[in-house]
Design a protein around this ligand. Structure first.
Ligand code: NAD
Length: 299
């Protein structure tokens, strides 16, 4: 049965490293990184996510610069807030909590975040840097998956990697990050024919489709490393996109839900915020945070 990839433990360690980095930055005469989470409205799931991000950023020694706008805030109002945070030197990172209320144009608002403060890695600039294999702030969830793969010393160069999902937030950047580490990457999506057959090629299988239990044991190559990004709230707790117990009989290693990728996302947000603060304060960068580790080696 598969080895359990313990995201909770790795995330705790990353957060401790970030806290040490923050202390070091402050000791070197810098200022503590400031994270501006922006919540528009009061979607309960978003409130929980933002609360956790704020709590853990404060635990890591950062300044909590949270801003809350009412659900009926207009495009102009939110844009003005993003512009204000963009111009504020106390703000190292801006996190616009998505989804936004439907009357707002989220893309236009994300586009106002300066790339240097885009700690979610969602701007076109940062996506372009990633696509070109150049340094930049990476989206937190796929960056967290890479940190887990590295922690468990999963070989990537030349490996067959299959990513299920092609969202801007997860699937696409995930594929780019694996590519930057010289994996042979296949991307599956809603129009893929015979998903299980393609997945069975994978030495490393990352599933971010948003469909509970989509990937079963028949889609897992014996011994493969399987990373389940999906999160679904059911009556009997959380579950992922992978049909966990049967898949665990076949896989070599597997992330649980909860306790796999989920905790890594916030840990990487904190790592990004520290990296952003360092870059803005022109303090020498540490290499240990995992945000700029991947290096394209060859064409
Ligand atoms: P999304 O809905 O934006 O994208 C889903 C992708 O899956 C699409 O690209 C689609 O083409 C693909 N897909 C849909 N049905 C498919 C099928 N039958 N076969 C193959 N591919 C299919 O979702 P997302 O934002 O990428 O998130 C995916 C999942 O990850 C969700 O469950 C979400 O809750 C979860 N998530 C978790 C974290 C975390 O921190 N763990 C972070 C972000 C998202």
């Amino acid at each position: 049965t598969a080895r359990v990839i313990d995201g909770k433990a790795v995330a705790r360690r990353v957060r401790e490293e970030v806290a040490a980095g923050v202390a070091e930055l402050v000791a070197a005469g810098g200022t503590a990184p400031g994270l501006a989470t922006v919540l528009v409205g009061d979607d309960p799931a978003s409130e929980v996510y933002v609360r956790n991000k704020r709590r853990l950023s404060v635990e890591a020694g950062m300044r909590d610069l949270h801003r809350h706008l009412p659900a009926d805030a207009g495009q102009e109002t939110v844009a003005a807030l993003v512009d204000e945070l963009a111009a504020d030197p106390a703000v190292s990172g801006i996190l616009l909590q998505l989804p936004l209320p439907a009357h707002l144009d989220a893309d236009a608002l994300v586009a106002r975040i300066p790339a240097a403060k885009d700690v979610d890695g969602l701007t076109t600039d940062n996506a372009g840097l990633l696509a070109q294999g150049r340094p930049g702030l990476r989206p937190c969830t796929p960056a967290g998956v890479m940190a887990l793969l590295d922690e468990y010393e999963v070989p990537l160069a030349g490996a067959e990697a299959v990513v299920v999902g092609r969202s801007v937030l997860v699937g696409r950047p995930m594929a780019q990050l694996l590519l930057a580490r010289d994996a042979t990457v296949t991307i599956c999506h809603s129009r893929t024919r015979d998903l299980a057959e393609v997945c069975r090629r994978a030495d490393v299988l990352v599933v971010a489709a948003g469909i509970p239990g989509l990937v079963g044991a028949d889609a897992v190559k014996p011994g493969a490393v399987v990373v389940d990004v999906g999160i679904h709230r059911g009556e009997d707790g959380l579950r992922g996109d992978v049909d966990h117990d049967p898949a665990a009989e076949v896989a070599g290693a597997l992330t649980p839900v909860p306790g796999g990728v989920g905790p890594m996302t916030i840990a990487m947000l904190l790592a990004n915020t520290l990296a952003a603060a360092r870059a803005q304060q022109d303090v020498e960068q540490g290499a240990e945070q995992g945000v700029e580790q991947e290096v394209p080696r060859e064409v």
